[in-house]
Design a protein around this ligand. Structure first.
Ligand SMILES: [Zn+2]
Length: 328
């Protein structure tokens, strides 16, 4: 959807009253059925580490069970970060993040008539390839192009605009030559927390200053006439350096351009309840079938098994069909 929709009162109403299954959340200590000691598995995203058999805290038939912190209660008045928004920009670090972390939320918005654009910082150059997916080999330029195509297909399935890559027009600061930000890689600092890769080069996204990358994002926000910026929480979800860097970039861009910033809440991988203060939850647990085309578009990165994603290295994680968002 490309139209400017700021003047349509119906759309604003649609967003406010759409049935988000919104919950502001009261964690119940100790009652999480997923809070299980096996929760030591590293986060599967972007990891080169093979999974430990049987170690995945989410690979459990109880996957249909609600986390207690998802217990539904009415949203606090005015707490919906998307109320009255018409043109929302999601800033993501790598192709597939938009579908895995926020695909359900983006569909919720686009179905309500909100225009959504996704800006992606890198092409996930450091990621691995699902064996047998038919994708070009890891590390090749052909794989970069392949992942651009996958991202394009995923965005079409979500009803979102893009892809737009940070560092390239229209997401490049005026007067600067286009720049290609590259996946920084990562390493595990603890079993569940990632940190910067030791071999990130000068073209890595994390080697760019927050000021430069934020100026690029501001250029996009201005050209696309965005009224809200959405990106990761400060820990980037699990500490991937590109995600953490993008949190600061997106928040800086929003502030410097006078736009609100909303962060997607991290779901702790160790089974503990998330920090839910001020969070609005959007529940699409009954809409997995609608999300599948966007997920399947990223066939070089992961496959879908039931309600889980299985990554290129074999790691399993639950599909995120409930999304928590908080304005900052
Ligand atoms: Zn990512």
């Amino acid at each position: 959807m490309t139209g400017r929709e700021g003047s349509d009162p119906f759309l604003a109403s649609a967003v406010r009253t759409s049935p988000p299954a919104v919950a502001v959340i009261l964690p119940i200590a100790g009652s999480d059925p997923f809070a299980d000691p096996r929760a030591e598995a590293p986060d599967p995203r972007h990891s080169a580490t093979p999974p430990v058999p049987g170690s995945d805290p989410f690979s459990d038939p109880r996957g249909e069970t609600l986390h207690p912190w998802h217990a539904l209660s009415p949203p606090a008045a005015g707490s919906d970060p998307f109320a009255g928004r018409h043109r929302v920009v999601f800033a993501h670090a790598h192709p597939d993040d938009e579908a895995l972390a926020t695909g359900a939320l983006i569909q919720h918005l686009t179905e309500a008539g909100v225009a959504v654009a996704v800006v992606t910082a890198t092409r996930g150059e450091r990621g691995e390839v699902v064996p047998g997916s038919g994708a070009p080999p890891a590390g090749s330029r052909d794989l970069d192009a392949h992942r651009e195509d996958e991202l394009t297909a995923a965005l079409r399935a979500l009803g979102a605009e893009g892809p737009f890559f940070l560092g390239e027009p229209p997401a490049r600061a005026p007067g600067l030559a286009p720049r290609r930000y590259v996946d920084s890689g990562m390493r595990w600092l603890t079993p569940t927390v990632a940190g910067p890769g030791e071999d990130a080069g000068p073209d890595a996204f994390t080697s760019a200053t927050v000021a430069e990358a934020a100026a690029d994002l501001v250029a996009f926000l201005e050209s696309w006439d965005a009224d809200l910026v959405v990106s990761y929480e400060v820990d980037g979800g699990y500490g991937h350096p590109d995600h953490v860097h993008l949190h600061h970039v997106a928040r800086t861009a929003a502030k410097s351009s006078g736009r609100p910033f909303a962060e997607v809440i991290s779901i702790p991988r160790d089974g503990t309840p998330p920090d839910s203060e001020g969070v609005t939850w959007y529940d699409r647990t009954d809409r997995l079938d609608d999300l599948l085309p966007a997920l399947h578009a990223h066939a070089s990165q992961f496959t879908v098994d039931g309600r889980d994603a299985i990554h290129s290295g074999g790691q399993r994680e639950p599909l995120q069909l409930r999304t928590g968002v908080r304005l900052r």
